[in-house]
Design a protein around this ligand. Sequence first.
Ligand SMILES: [Fe+2]
Length: 254
Amino acid sequence: MIFLSNGDGPAGYTAREAARTNYANINARAPRSAGSPATLGRRACTVPQRLVMAMDIRSHSRPREIQDFIDAARVLFAAETLSKEARTLAIQVFALLERPGAFRYETRERFPACDWLDQALEPHLSASDPFGQVARSIKALEPYIGWSRRMTVANASENFLEGHANGTICGPGGTEERSDLQLGFTIMKPDVRYPDHGHPPEEAYVLMTAGQFRKDRGPWLSPGIGCGIHNIPGAIHAVRSDDNPFLALWCLKV
Ligand SMILES: [Fe+2]
C-alpha cells in the first residue's frame, strides 16, 4: 500500500515536534542497561578516538557515533508522520540493530555529491532533537561512511551520476558491516532526479530536507521534513531534489 503523509503530523503538530516527543518518550521508556550495546559503545569510546579510528575493529561493542546515529534514526522512523507499514518495518530493522556488526574504520572513496552534505545537514546541526543527533553523527562518521552510487541511469536526470551518493552506516559495505539490513541515507545535489527503481526488500524513507517522492510512476509528492514513504517489495519508486540539496534516511531488512 502506498502511503505519503503530509508535512504536519497528527493534531497539527510538526514532524519535528513529533520526533522530539517520541525521542523523549523512547528514552524514558527504554533506559539503557549496563550491558546494552549502547553502553558498551560509550565505554569503547573512552579509548582515544584517534586510535579507535585508525583500526579495523571487530568487537561486540559499538562506537558511540554509530550508536548515536542508530538511536536518533530509530526515533525518526517511529514518528507517527510515517505510515504504520514504515514504522513496522523500522521496528524490525532496529530490533536487529540491538546486535552490533563489525566496524570498518577505514577511509572510503568519496563522490562529488558528498560535497553537498554540509549544506544539507547544516540546518539540523545545532538542534537538540533527533534530527540534530542524526546530523552530528553523520558528520562524525563522514570519513568512514560506506559511499556508493547507483550506476543504472534509466529515467534519471543527466546529472544523476555525479549528483548523488548513497551512504551506508549499517549494512553491506557500511561503517558497521553486516548483511541482515541496510540503514543509511541518500544525498543529492539540487535538481537531480533519481531513476525509477525497485528491489525485493521493502523499504522506508524519512526526509531530512525538502524533496519529492514518486511511486508506481504516479505524481511527484512533497511529504516534508520528518515524513517519508514506504515501498512494498518490488514497488517502483524514485526521488528528486528541488533547488536545494536532498537528504533522506532509508532502512531495509535484507
Ligand atoms: Fe529504493
